[in-house]
Design a protein around this ligand. Structure first.
Ligand code: UDP
Ligand code: MG
Length: 198
């Protein structure tokens, strides 16, 4: 209860950009992990990359929450490998989003319930910080989603280079730094397929 009181004095909105493609068995749990956040001032942009009906049906069941928006691409399968699709969708998502902070989800990643609150608190208490990353637990599953191995990716140091070390789903940054990056490099994210993994 006290935690909730502290959070309610924060005024910042966070935009979560979730990329989705054909994971009907996971997408509802991913969206639920946003809906169940202890921090409430968020908007969720579901950036769907022309998924099957089963996936869209799951997504549609959440659209009565006014904080949740759906964008649907009309990508054809023969064009799917021309860019890093999640980066292409993220670029679109950033232009649609309105939050002071931006963070990311893929359709095989869940947030812990306190994630947004904890990261926004660090930003609010450290106005000089523009980008944060968190630790991440990786769960390896079989086809029935039974976990057979878990490992942790720590967040113990300030990094000069994040490529290959930090999953974008553990990152939150200010809108300000995204605009600065776009000014310098011409786009928010580089969606050249050679950078898929970094
Ligand atoms: N994705 C997409 N379009 C595609 C393929 C993937 O938008 O044609 C999204 C997918 O929904 C996920 C992200 O890209 O949010 C990363 O995909 P995946 O988890 O399959 O890749 P990996 O974790 O192996 O990098
Ligand atoms: Mg993945």
């Amino acid at each position: 209860k006290d935690d909730q009181k502290d959070v309610s004095i924060l005024m910042s909105k966070v935009s979560i950009i979730l990329t989705s493609y054909n994971r009907p068995h996971l997408i509802d749990k991913v969206i639920k992990s946003v809906v169940e956040q202890s921090y409430h001032d968020w908007e969720l942009w579901i950036m769907d990359d022309n998924s099957n009906q089963a996936t869209l049906q799951k997504i549609h069941s959440f659209l009565n929450d006014p904080r949740i928006q759906l964008y649907q691409s009309d990508i054809k399968d023969e064009q799917r490998h021309e860019t890093t699709r999640y980066a292409t969708l993220i670029n679109k998502g950033i232009t649609l989003s309105t939050g002071d902070y931006i963070c990311y989800l893929t359709d095989d990643t869940f947030y812990y319930p306190e994630k947004l609150k904890k990261m926004i608190e660090v930003f609010e208490q450290n106005p000089q910080i523009d980008i944060l990353y968190s630790a991440q637990r990786v769960k390896h599953t079989d086809q029935s989603m039974n976990v057979f191995y878990e490992s942790d990716i720590p967040a113990e140091e300030v990094l000069d280079k994040a490529a290959f070390k930090v999953d974008h789903c553990s990152v939150m940054h200010t809108r300000k730094i995204a605009e600065k990056g776009k000014e310098k490099y011409g786009e928010y994210w580089d969606d050249d397929p050679k950078y898929w993994h970094c």
